[in-house]
Design a protein around this ligand. Structure first.
Ligand SMILES: C[S@@+](CC[C@H](N)C(=O)[O-])C[C@H]1O[C@@H](n2cnc3c(N)ncnc32)[C@H](O)[C@@H]1O
Length: 297
């Protein structure tokens, strides 16, 4: 008997309560029990079928690019015009469900994540011309709509991504910003051939990396950060909203971290150099943001 038994018949009206029940169920069970429940529960399977009317949920579940958490999935969370045709084709019920998944706290926090990055770019632009690099850049939507005076301060923007389709779309997002796409697996490939940048960041990547791999990638990031520059890494917090929905309904599993985990990751990377970086962590919505600033700044 689970808390979900009251939700045997999927309907739009009971969706908000079902979403809350999923989160309660997730926190009341061990990881192993929860994984098993998401695979076997006929109630969850029934809802998954019903919720696939929503193009956002369906994209997450079907994984058209062959892997979880691609850049188009994020475009649904952003409400980006590029996914509008899917939303229009979804019919009234699909659009009703999308209204819920778009309004969910997790989608809200994803929108805030690119807004925060845009703010960071604006702050750096106040100090003069600077260069930036994004690891696992996806569609680089944070570059869209940058005011002309800020965009003109970006001397170069390097987008690193393993997926050529992401890089192609990111070039459009860049608009007037001098843009260099680099197809690279940032986990496996060396990055030391790249020109260092003032701002090196990664949004939506570390949520898939184990600690050991995260350490390796962060170390590479510091190695390509210019003196006086900074690195920023976002990661889902343990208490992030809607993880039950992502996992059980969209089959989208990510690695969460605490503020202490993030700080420890930053300290380990800083200890390896190449310069005296100072780590700090802040939480905004579903995400922790680790910042490593060169203390000579
Ligand atoms: C969740 S999207 C995030 C996109 C963007 N940063 C954002 O926040 O909207 C993840 C992106 O990471 C890319 N990616 C995943 N693993 C990667 C790897 N090992 N090296 C480079 N890119 C990777 C995917 O191709 C995808 O475009």
């Amino acid at each position: 008997m689970t808390d979900l038994t009251a939700f045997a018949a999927p309907s739009p009206d009971s969706l908000p309560a079902f979403m809350r029940a999923l989160e309660r169920q997730r926190s009341a069970t061990t990881r192993v029990e929860w994984r098993a429940l998401t695979k076997t529960s006929p109630i969850i399977k029934g809802w998954r079928f019903f919720l696939s009317l929503d193009p956002f949920t369906r994209w997450g579940l079907v994984k058209p690019r062959g892997y979880a958490g691609d850049a188009t999935l994020l475009d649904f969370a952003y409400g980006h015009p590029s996914v509008q045709s899917h939303v229009e084709a979804a019919g009234p019920l699909g659009r009703l469900i999308y209204a819920e998944t778009f309004a969910a706290q997790s989608s809200h926090s994803a929108r805030d994540r690119i807004a925060l990055l845009r703010d960071e770019v604006a702050v750096m632009a106040q100090q003069g011309s600077f260069s930036a690099m994004s690891l696992a850049a996806g569609h680089a939507r944070e570059l869209e709509g940058l005011p002309a005076d800020i965009a003109s301060r970006l001397s170069s923007f390097v987008a690193l991504d393993i997926d050529p389709m992401s890089l192609q779309t990111a070039a459009d997002s860049a608009g007037p910003v001098p843009f260099t796409p680099v197809r690279r697996n940032v986990v496996k490939d060396a990055l030391d051939d790249l020109l260092p940048a003032d701002l090196v960041y990664s949004l939506g990547l570390f949520d898939y990396l184990t600690d050991e791999i995260a350490d390796t990638v962060l170390h590479k990031m510091l190695s390509i950060t210019r003196p006086g520059g900074k690195c920023i890494v976002a990661n889902l917090a343990h208490d992030a909203a809607n993880l039950g929905y992502c996992e059980a309904i969209m089959d989208w599993w990510m690695i969460t971290r605490s503020a202490d985990d993030m700080l420890a990751m930053g300290q380990r990377a800083a200890a390896q150099g190449p310069r005296a970086f100072v780590p700090s962590v802040k939480q905004h919505g579903c995400f922790h943001y680790l910042e490593l600033a060169d203390s000579d700044h």
